[in-house]
Design a protein around this ligand. Structure first.
Ligand code: CA
Length: 225
């Protein structure tokens, strides 16, 4: 699950990124409004942590644009602007939550998790298909109630496919979520990981299959036992 952090202080951004990592979130960091706009147009994120005072503009205008184009990505504003009026304004423009600096890291993570648990958002604690159960908080996979060890990438793909079981998940979406803006992704990296996951699941007796939809992506569904 990948979160975008838009923050112009490098120290704070690093702190937030490290903390998110410990809490089980991958993140990308951008320090300007222009880069954030570009990324939000081209990639899908599970959530956005948004600073308001950016060197080349105001975070609120980014938020306003998102909501104008009906992008409902959960947004948590993280800012030094702490007056009641600032908070009301931020929420009215379309933020889902508002946290004022300085803040406690535990509170940021708890608020982020709360946003992602809301109906329609993607953090459901337990995902299930056939004999496969994925606990998204403990990051554990059970097959026939037996704990199985998968690599971090395999877990990430399994989670994304399970969340949309029965629907096609585009290769681009998997790439974005797995590698983010890091960039050095070979064109077949996702294929390689999907192939490995498929093999693992077969070996472990999982009664699910990953169908390849040529030119589009992948879909997970139940297979006959
Ligand atoms: Ca700032």
């Amino acid at each position: 699950m990948r979160v975008l952090v838009v923050e112009d202080s490098p120290e704070l951004a690093q702190l937030v990124k490290n903390g998110l990592k410990l809490a089980g979130f991958d993140s990308d960091h951008l320090a300007s409004a222009i880069a954030a706009r570009e990324a939000l147009r081209n990639s899908r994120y599970a959530a956005l942590i948004l600073d308001l005072g950016l060197p080349d503009g105001d975070g609120l205008s980014i938020l306003r644009e998102l909501r104008q184009r009906k992008d409902s990505v959960p947004v948590l504003i993280l800012t030094a602007r702490g007056s009641v009026n600032d908070r009301i304004h931020g929420l009215r423009v379309g933020a889902d939550d508002y946290l004022v600096k300085p803040f406690e890291f535990g509170e940021l993570v708890a608020r982020l998790e709360a946003l992602l648990r809301r109906p329609g958002q993607i953090l459901g604690r337990s995902l299930q298909l056939s004999n496969v159960t994925f606990d998204t908080e403990d990051r554990q996979v059970l097959i026939d109630d037996k704990l199985q060890l998968l690599s971090a990438r395999e877990l990430a793909i399994l989670e994304l496919l399970l969340r949309r079981k029965g629907n096609v998940v585009s290769k681009k979406h998997l790439e974005d979520q797995l590698f983010g803006l890091a960039g050095e992704v070979g064109s077949n990296a996702v294929e390689v990981y999907v192939h490995r996951l498929r093999k693992q699941l077969t070996n472990l007796g999982a009664q699910v299959k990953i169908n390849t939809v040529r030119g589009v992506g992948y879909m997970m569904s139940a297979s006959e036992g």
